[in-house]
Design a binder for this molecule. Structure first.
Ligand code: KE4
Length: 423
């Protein structure tokens, strides 16, 4: 595939933007080659500046659950933008979004809109600390919750991809209040509660981990976290930035029937516009300024144009439950088909989230995920890219399906994978 224009633009980009990208994982650092400069997208397809077409299995890392450039969402954005892009004032459309989220997710009495998943997590963690009067947070090795200081300890996604377990620039004092447990290992959590008695404000988890590759919770794990938090007076925060409105309208908490105290959202809730949200029990959310003493603010929070996009997408998901059946069936087909042909790997996932790990070791947590052969992944990634399938350029991400994907899209991957593993 030609990539001359991408190459030329990327060369210039690297002179002006760190690594030539505005988010590290986009730089193809883990897989080599030139990141494709994407020019446009429609449905399940994206097109780069050299005119190459790809089936897109990233979907902007989750937001494009209805496919790219879905006309009703585009119309909602354009029509709302006609009235002005941003006012920095209260608007009715923000109330409509809050009503929609609270009506869809039973654990949410109140919600605050922000501009990214990072901001949602940072604010939820602060709310938990303000509500409990405690400082320490338990997170899990390999889970990624955005780039706020407290969360950049043994994080997943781009941090895991970089091979650097933590980030420079995070003050020791901050990292010390972030304790790390092992995913799918309740004892590792129990031990931290015992070692730090009455000091833990919250446990934060991706209920289905999708930033170490995709790792589902073993039976009883999430229920055990709920029990431990209740026993120790700590809050349970579900980071559903990826799983929210993806694993169903009530996300992972509905699927696994475990009710968190706070939930964070991003991605789908903005339909491709910069939106995050956090919400939960009224008594906790009433801690948030201007009502309570936990400060959190944002110039563009609740931006009307972004709200219009998110509301349109959530309403379509609410009114069309067969979307989830379609995506789940495609996900099952993809996972079963890949597992049949793959050699030296294992396929994981649930619903529209999948992952092909290049390791035979059963992947249950960050440590086993990191045993994957990332060089083998890179070789497979580039083969798929050259043959028109655009996957996340890292072993430690997810394969995202959307309602725009078809059985033919999945079968294209399966045919390519069969050829690849046969060769
Ligand atoms: P943002 O700040 O990137 O909107 O959201 C941070 C975040 C929080 N929580 C979870 C579970 C997340 O997956 C994310 C962000 N996801 C990555 C993809 N693994 C975003 C892609 C990127 O960093 O470029």
């Amino acid at each position: 595939m030609l990539s001359e224009r991408s190459e030329r633009i990327f060369k210039r980009a690297k002179e002006l933007i760190p690594g030539g990208v505005n988010s590290p994982v986009r730089a193809f650092g883990a897989v080599g080659g030139i990141p494709r400069m994407i020019a446009k997208a429609k449905g399940s397809r994206i097109f780069d500046v050299d005119g190459n077409e790809y089936i897109d299995f990233i979907g902007s890392w989750g937001p494009m659950i209805l496919g790219h450039n879905y006309q009703p969402i585009l119309d909602a954005v354009i029509n709302t933008a006609q009235n002005g892009l941003s006012f920095g004032a209260a608007t009715a459309i923000e109330v409509e979004m809050a009503e929609l989220i609270c009506s869809l997710v039973p654990s949410i009495d109140m919600v605050r809109m922000v501009n990214s998943g990072t901001e949602a997590v940072m604010s939820a963690v602060r709310a938990a600390r303000g509500f409990t009067g405690r400082d320490k947070i338990i997170k899990f090795d390999g889970c990624y919750h955005g780039h706020s200081d407290a969360m950049l300890v043994k994080a997943g996604s781009g941090v895991m991809t970089s091979g650097v377990p933590d980030s420079a620039g995070v003050p020791k004092g901050c990292a010390e209040d972030t304790l790390t447990a092992t995913y799918n290992n309740l004892e590792s959590v129990q031990r931290l509660f015992e070692q730090h008695h009455n000091q833990i404000a919250a446990v934060i988890i991706e209920p289905v981990a999708a930033n170490m590759g995709v790792v589902t919770p073993v039976d009883g794990f999430l229920q055990g976290l709920r029990r431990l938090c209740d026993e120790h007076g700590s809050l349970l925060i579900f980071d559903e930035v990826i799983t929210g409105f993806r694993l169903g309208l009530t996300g992972a908490q509905g699927l696994y029937r475990v009710i968190p105290d706070l939930t964070t959202f991003g991605k789908i809730v903005g339909a491709g516009m910069p939106v995050g949200a956090y919400g939960g029990r009224r008594e906790i959310m009433q801690m948030i300024a201007p009502v309570g003493k936990v400060y959190q603010a944002g110039t563009l929070s609740g931006n009307p144009v972004a709200m219009a996009a998110g509301i349109c997408q959530l309403k379509i998901l609410k009114e069309t439950p067969e979307i989830y059946q379609h995506m789940n069936q495609l996900g099952d087909r993809l996972r079963k088909g890949l597992q049949t042909v793959v050699k030296g790997g294992q396929v994981t996932g649930i619903g529209s989230l999948s992952c092909l790990f290049f390791t035979d070791t059963l992947v249950t947590d960050g440590t086993t995920a990191k045993q994957s052969d990332t060089a083998a992944f890179a070789k497979y990634f580039n083969y798929m890219l050259e043959n028109g399938c655009y996957f996340a350029p890292s072993q430690f991400e997810a394969i995202f399906l959307s309602n725009a994907h078809t059985q033919a899209d999945v079968d294209c991957v399966l045919n390519l994978a069969e050829q690849y593993f046969k060769s």
